[in-house]
Design a protein around this ligand. Structure first.
Ligand code: BES
Ligand code: MN
Ligand code: ZN
Length: 500
């Protein structure tokens, strides 16, 4: 599929013998709707009142028309609701193109000639392109040749003449974002036998090569030499699939001829979380292939920064490991010597994410001294208990950073909600025998105490935020009967960096 932007139906297309001509009209449910529908009715030779009666432009409402007049063979009306937000545009268009991609013809026209729609082109195209993504990649009976995205087709987007240039840029950004989000979703959706630490490292290396950023991968031996004791401890039960420590760097400072803001990201890269010796129930353990969703967000942000040539100095750190059960596994009561020099008493091996992040954060702080540090992790079930599947938890020691992230979350639809990081919770992580324990003795405030644990390893960095994305990285949707990847964080981090 190719996307074209123009202000009128291309002459070449209108005279060529296209099998079917389809027009897609999106509508916002405002006071202009009756008049707009009357115009469509006139064009199509239909009765305006009937159309106004049958279509109210509610969010995700669709209506297919087969006009009696010559012109388009089929017209789709798509509803966007009363006051659509960026994420609504993306959601509606992804859904529509996903549902219809097997039956759309060679050329589809998309009419966006209103100010509101023209301003949303990036999000609209983002949604259209995300519709290409399929989770059923291991099915052996996949049909070929009918998919709008996989064949030689065109989406012709119609905008006002004076806005063509701007629309072109926005459409490109939306498409680039969708491509990276889809790559990240493929990774997060990949099962544990096809995705282990080495595979995450391969993804990073390839991404760096394709989009232009540096990638260093430390294997187990090199991690030992570095002293990444926390990461290694969690990886002990996985002799077949040993740990990797991935450090990525993208820096536009030389080109900008000044030192740019240095942003450090850390992503939890647990490729499968069995819980370890403190083993999880079997119930929904399969979902724990998504326990590298934080790493996915960081990989996506690196890729987008490089693609868009954002004026930043970005460092991405991913401690990657499995959390498995084996005679060599980490055991409750073990004491770990971390990269920072501090010690951790292991109470529960299922609280493994914070353990590996301890090394990730300490390594980032010590070796790069970033201006700002953000970690993303599918860290606690307790965060889901607090916020459900509607927002990620945000914990930060910096109000300005927190505010920026909250606002970007609101604007992008990748929502965050702040939880307190007060020292009142600090004592709950005190260990009798080591510097800190990995699990509080009380089954309360779990998302907060996890963040208090992480805080021990940021070495008093004054500008840090922790995003607990446990409920957001993997979610229910119309695209499958079980949960699947969302690429949560890619859009959030990218738009936050663009706004700096
Ligand atoms: N990866 C899980 C957290 C998680 C739970 C992510 C559900 C996505 C969905 C994490 O490693 C974990 O196991 N957390 C435990 C900690 C507990 C042992 C204190 C949890 O939250 O239940
Ligand atoms: Mn766990
Ligand atoms: Zn985990």
């Amino acid at each position: 599929m190719k996307i074209n932007i123009s202000s009128q139906l291309p002459v070449s297309q209108t005279t060529s013998p296209i099998a079917a001509r389809v027009m897609v009209y999106p509508f916002i449910a405002n006071e202009k709707l009756p008049e707009q529908l009357a115009r469509v009715a006139r064009q199509a030779g239909l009765v305006a009142e009937t159309l106004q009666q049958d279509f109210k432009a509610g969010l995700k409402e669709t209506l297919a028309l087969y006009p009696s007049r010559k012109g388009f063979d089929k017209i789709y009306l798509i509803g966007l609701g009363k006051n659509p937000q960026p994420a609504d545009f993306t959601r509606v268009f992804r859904s529509f193109f996903y549902q219809n991609k097997k039956k759309l013809p060679a050329t589809v026209y998309l009419y966006l000639k209103t100010a509101k729609l023209e301003n949303a082109i990036e999000y609209i195209v983002n949604g259209v392109c995300l519709a290409r993504y399929e989770i059923g990649v291991f099915k052996t009976d996949a049909q070929q040749g009918t998919d709008f995205f996989e064949t030689d087709t065109a989406l012709d987007i119609l905008v006002a003449e004076k806005n063509i240039g701007k629309a072109q840029l926005q459409a490109t950004a939306g498409e680039q974002m969708a491509n990276t989000q889809s790559r990240i979703m493929t990774l997060v959706d990949a099962p544990a036998n096809k995705k282990y630490p080495e595979k995450i490292a391969e993804f990073a290396l390839k991404s760096g090569e394709m989009y232009g950023f540096d990638v260093k991968v430390f294997d187990q031996k090199q991690c030992e030499a570095l002293g990444l004791g926390a990461l290694l401890a969690v990886g002990k039960g996985s002799t077949e699939n040993p740990v990797r420590f991935i450090v990525m760097e993208y820096n536009l400072s030389a080109m900008a001829q000044k030192p740019l803001k240095k942003i450090g990201l850390v992503g939890k890269g647990v490729t499968f979380d069995t819980g370890g010796v403190s083993i999880k129930g079997a119930g929904s353990m399969s979902y724990m292939k998504s326990d590298m969703g934080g790493a996915g967000a960081v990989l996506g942000a690196m890729e987008m920064a490089a693609k868009l040539q954002l004026p930043v100095h970005l460092i991405g750190v991913i401690p990657a490991t499995e959390n498995c059960v084996d005679g060599n596994s980490l055991k409750p009561s073990d004491v770990i010597h971390t990269y920072s020099g501090k010690t951790i008493e292991v109470i529960d091996t299922d609280a493994e994410g914070r353990i590996i992040l301890a090394d990730g954060l300490a390594y980032l702080k010590k070796n790069y001294e970033p201006d700002v540090m953000i970690d993303l992790a599918t860290l606690t079930g307790n965060c889901i208990a607090a916020l459900g599947y509607k927002a990620a938890g945000l914990l930060s020691n910096n109000d300005q950073l927190a505010q920026q992230l909250l606002e970007t979350g609101q604007a992008t639809g990748e929502k965050l909600w702040r939880l307190p990081l007060w020292d009142d919770y600090k004592d709950m992580m005190k260990s009798d025998i080591a510097d800190v324990k990995n699990l509080s003795s009380l089954p309360i405030a779990g998302a907060i105490t996890a963040a208090k644990f992480l805080e021990v390893f940021i070495d008093e960095h004054p500008n840090w935020a922790h995003l607990d994305i446990a409920g957001m990285a993997f979610g229910d949707s119309e695209y499958g009967s079980m949960k699947s990847a969302t690429a949560f964080g890619v859009r959030l981090l990218t738009d936050w960096m663009r706004g700096l």
